[in-house]
Design a protein around this ligand. Structure first.
Ligand code: TYC
Length: 99
């Protein structure tokens, strides 16, 4: 006998929250390095990378990408590790989106 299960669970049906990966300004990281990070980790082309870097430099921070939690957290870890390995104090943080 075939049993058909139709019961639906609400668990896992919610849309996953998204998180922004944000780069912060500082006085020491070189502009060239920030442009390199934006290309390497956030897949920006040369013009977009330059524009975002200048926005961070003048406004203090900018959103570099929006991802599910695991990917956003992994971007933050990779950017910080790459920066420290290159003796740059660049900081990258997560911000939860509320919609
Ligand atoms: N403010 C830095 C400088 O003048 C450049 C910079 C831009 C640093 C963006 C960090 O996320 C940053 N060298």
């Amino acid at each position: 006998m075939t049993q058909v299960t139709t019961k639906k669970s609400r668990i896992n049906l919610k849309k996953p929250k998204n998180f922004e990966a944000i780069l912060l300004n500082d006085d020491y990281t070189t502009m060239e390095f920030v442009v390199e990070v934006l290309k390497r980790f956030f897949n920006k082309d040369a013009l977009a990378a330059e524009t975002i870097m200048l926005k961070i430099h003048t406004e203090g921070e900018a959103v570099c990408g929006t991802y599910p939690y695991d990917i956003a957290q992994s971007k933050v870890s990779q950017v910080i590790e790459y920066s420290r390995n290159n003796e740059q104090p660049l900081m990258c943080v997560l911000r939860e989106l509320n919609f």
